[in-house]
Design a binder for this molecule. Structure first.
Ligand code: CTP
Length: 226
């Protein structure tokens, strides 16, 4: 009988949800990502049984904050998410960046509540790009990890997705056109075109994010074992 121990399983990190960038103790910049898609992918990875699953979630509702059977990590900001991903990315591992990390953060975070009479101006500074940072780390890993991204676009969708595939040195990118009904952030369904590093592309028809999670895992497994 062959027993697969946790240590022998391939590690897959799945990020999910938005991040928050606070400019005072009670206010932040963020976006409407719910974490539903990342949660569905992580649940499918656990159900598959062959992975050590690390689920890194930004601030999402309790329903999507943890995945039973995964190692769960909760983070607030993009820099927190980067630290958690970096600490866990290993040689031969897989990173699925389904999260929508904030690209900018306030240059200054006031330790006390800003009053409206202060007429505040919020200056922003860029956050690190987690995939780009991991692409740099990946150059040192042997065997290299698989890096998988998502692109939510409203226009010139294919051009931007292919640009991200190249610039972030990804193995594959799942593009969704968020201007279409039943796709994107706050929707319970989604549809994708996946573009591979080698130029192939595959369409995923619109369906519930839970069902798509399994298809995305199957797609990653097929790529990883090719
Ligand atoms: N991403 C990341 N780090 C960031 C922002 C995004 O790793 N700071 C990842 C996302 O998780 C996603 C991919 O990069 O897998 C594309 O994210 P997206 O928001 O579509 O693209 P950006 O690179 O942020 O570019 P833009 O906002 O200009 O479209």
């Amino acid at each position: 009988m062959r027993v697969t121990t946790e240590a022998a399983k391939r590690r897959i990190i799945i990020t999910s949800g938005p991040t928050r960038e606070y400019f005072d103790p009670i206010r932040f910049l963020s976006n409407p990502s719910t974490g539903r898609m990342g949660h569905a992918i992580a649940s499918a990875a656990v159900a598959h049984g062959g992975f050590e699953v690390i689920y890194v979630a930004g601030p999402v509702s309790a329903e999507f904050a943890t995945v039973s059977g995964a190692t769960n990590r909760q983070v607030i900001s993009t820099e927190d998410m980067l630290r958690e991903v970096e600490a866990n990315l290993n040689a031969g591992g897989i990173l699925v960046m389904a999260a929508a990390p904030a690209d900018y953060r306030p240059a200054v975070r006031s330790p006390i509540k800003i009053k409206k009479t202060e007429n505040p101006q919020i200056n922003l500074v860029p956050n690190p790009d987690i995939l780009k940072e991991m692409a740099a780390k990946n150059r040192q890993l042997q065997p290299r990890a698989l890096l998988i991204g998502f692109a939510a676009e409203t226009h010139e969708t294919e051009k931007y997705a292919l640009g991200k595939l190249r610039d972030k040195e990804l193995d594959m990118i799942f593009l969704n056109d968020v201007s279409r009904k039943g796709a994107g952030f706050a929707s319970t369904t989604n549809e994708f075109t996946v573009f591979y590093r080698d130029g192939r592309r595959v369409e995923f028809a619109n369906e519930a994010k839970e069902a798509l999670g399994k298809k995305i895992i199957d797609c990653i497994i097929a790529y990883a074992s090719a």
